[in-house]
Design a binder for this molecule. Structure first.
Ligand code: MG
Length: 303
């Protein structure tokens, strides 16, 4: 074994221990440990409410199951409004709630107390519902560009955000879920644009109830897909995917729709959560959706 091969094996081993955690340790106590490779990590896909086909939740979930989709990401409003219906429709399915897509009122960095209060109240209502149905977390954006007046982009605001997130994280944990920071692009939310910045906030908050995510559409802000996900590491709780030219169904932008570098990072991390569709569709949904699922599965294999 030359030095390069040795390094490869050693690094792969270290990544496996990091990613496998307790499971790897347990395995290694029994029979000869299986040599895990990065390719053992499964791709777990999730749909939002309008991604697939079907009117009722039963129809939507039947369609999702026919494609092997394991996660469902409703909006926060939708979850609260249709809680009983969603809970019943999920019974006996191979589908679980993945993350919950925002839906709260107001925003956490609001200068006006009424907008901050609206955020605190509505976010906790969504967290309650998310936790009781076992969601991986509720997605939140600290401030969209259009939300004003907003606290200024200063150290004091960041400290405020961390303190507020700590309290929110404690609340989410008490309900069995988390809150997930989503970085967007500068056109939508200048305050938080990089996956690595969201992860650094999670690190500083140091609360298991506060996690972050990456959205392939917004990740054009990051210097690269691989680096973005690797920088999030253990804080990464959710991923959004869309076509990379016009935020449509993956595959509808042809050659642009390459997710392999990002997928390679997710596989090396042993990422156990969901990759969830958040996108439109420009062509026949009954053709584009199965094609997108197949495209993502093929690129995951190749990553
Ligand atoms: Mg998104």
């Amino acid at each position: 074994m030359n030095r390069q091969e040795f390094l490869k094996v050693t690094l792969a081993g270290a990544a496996t221990v990091m990613a496998g955690g307790a499971t790897s340790l347990l395995t290694s106590c029994g029979a000869a440990p299986k040599a895990a490779t990065k390719n053992d990590t499964p791709l777990r896909l999730s749909f939002q409410s309008g991604t697939g086909i079907g009117e009722s939740y039963a129809e939507k979930f039947d369609y999702m199951e026919s494609l092997g989709i394991e996660g469902f990401e409703p909006g926060g409003n939708e979850l609260v409004r249709n809680y009983d219906e969603i809970a019943k429709a999920l019974e006996g399915r191979n589908i679980k709630l993945s993350a919950i897509c925002a839906g709260f009122e107001g925003f956490i960095l609001a200068e006006e107390q009424a907008a901050k209060d609206a955020f605190d109240t509505s976010m906790r209502t969504i967290v309650d519902a998310a936790g009781s149905l076992g969601s991986t977390g509720v997605i939140m954006v600290p401030a969209f560009n259009h939300q004003v007046p907003c606290r200024p982009h200063t150290q004091e605001t960041r400290d405020f955000l961390c303190a507020e997130l700590k309290a929110l994280g404690d609340y989410a944990l008490s309900k069995g879920t988390t809150v997930i920071l989503e970085p967007l692009n500068r056109g939508e939310a200048f305050y938080l644009r990089l996956v690595s910045d969201a992860a650094a906030i999670c690190r500083d908050v140091a609360n298991d109830g506060v996690m972050c995510m990456g959205d392939f559409w917004h990740m054009k802000e990051d210097t690269g897909d691989y680096a973005a996900f690797m920088s999030a590491g253990k804080y990464l709780r959710h991923v959004h995917v869309a076509s990379r030219g016009g935020r449509s169904m993956p595959g509808e932008d042809g050659e642009l729709d390459n997710y392999k570098e990002g997928f390679r990072a997710l596989k090396e991390l042993g990422y156990p959560y969901y990759v969830s569709f958040e996108c439109g569709c420009r062509s026949d949904r009954s053709v584009a959706v199965p094609a997108a699922v197949e495209l993502l599965r093929r690129q995951w294999e190749e990553a």
